[in-house]
Design a protein around this ligand. Sequence first.
Ligand SMILES: [Zn+2]
Length: 208
Amino acid sequence: MAKLYFHYATMNAGKSTMLLQASHNYRERGMTTMLFVAGHYRKEDGGYISSRIGLESGAEMFRDGDDLFARIADHHEHSNVHCVFVDEAQFLEEEQVWQLARVADRLGIPVMCYGLRTDFQGRLFSGSQALLALADELREVRTICRCGRKATMVVRLGGDGKVARTGEQVAIGKDVYVSLCRKHWEEEMGRQPAEDLMGFAGSARGAE
Ligand SMILES: [Zn+2]
């Protein structure tokens, strides 16, 4: 039985590296993989997945309204796909997650999705919500906060180096994302007073 997997994490946990490595393992054995990446915030020539340690591979882009089952079934017909990989899976629509479930159930092809669980305000992305509901297997990709605890949350730093507390779910530009544990996330978001001087506010004061 092929399964639908969701590997979730915060930013900078190495999800794309894991995806590219796993795809490479298939291809090394002469098997065919099909890679997807969200096209929502990319130009027409943005169809690739790259990792921070330099790995890169071409990928098809998915956008709202695309029928992923049809695209995969079509490709499978002439080149026998062994595994499907989806990066930035938080941007999938609920219906597209159902389509990927059908790829596992009806085409017998495993589907490995990688993405963020929550946005910078601690809310589920729509794609992640559907994947958490429908995936056969959930796997957490771990990364750590500056304090050494497991990071499960992410904050967004604007161009001014300050933590964004409101705004659009996705910001394009010079924004930087930092993964934090829940305790430090609440402090950075101003929901709880800071108990130490590890915060961005503290380091910003030190730099002045
Ligand atoms: Zn922490």
